[in-house]
Design a protein around this ligand. Structure first.
Ligand SMILES: [Zn+2]
Length: 134
């Protein structure tokens, strides 16, 4: 399920959605807002253009929203029901956890978004793509 060829492999290893070899992000995860979502222009391995059209990653906002809502629900359930915090404390916990996990959700949403549009190609298929005249 997490092997090469599945979208989860690309998503959780931050690899190119087409070849699953090249890195997707330029930098390791950090809190530096200039670095955290910086992508390579093209895949270093298969040359897939990551910015497929202008403002391509605008749509990742919807994915980020879904991730954020899921995170809020999970943190709220853990804080309120499992730990037994008050409503106010639970909301503080939600804010803190979402701030800490902002870089994770930003990157996750981008790579999920590109994985919706690009699917994995085996080496043979990639080679035939390269031979076609541009
Ligand atoms: Zn690639």
């Amino acid at each position: 399920m997490f092997g090469k060829g599945s979208k989860l492999y690309s998503i959780f290893r931050n690899k190119c959605p087409r070849c699953h070899e090249g890195d997707f992000f330029k930098h390791k995860i950090s809190f530096n807002p200039k670095k955290v979502t910086k992508l390579h222009d093209n895949c270093p391995n298969c040359d897939l253009k990551y910015m497929m059209e202008p403002s391509f990653y605008f749509g990742a906002m919807y994915v980020n929203y879904a991730i954020a809502v899921a995170l809020f629900v999970v943190v709220f359930i853990i804080a309120k029901i499992l730990i037994g915090l008050s409503i106010f404390e639970s909301f503080i916990a939600i804010i803190l956890v979402s701030l800490v996990l902002t870089p994770v959700s930003l990157r996750l949403s981008r790579i999920v978004w590109i994985n919706l549009f690009v699917s994995y190609k085996k080496k043979k298929e990639l080679n035939s793509l390269r031979k076609e005249p541009a």
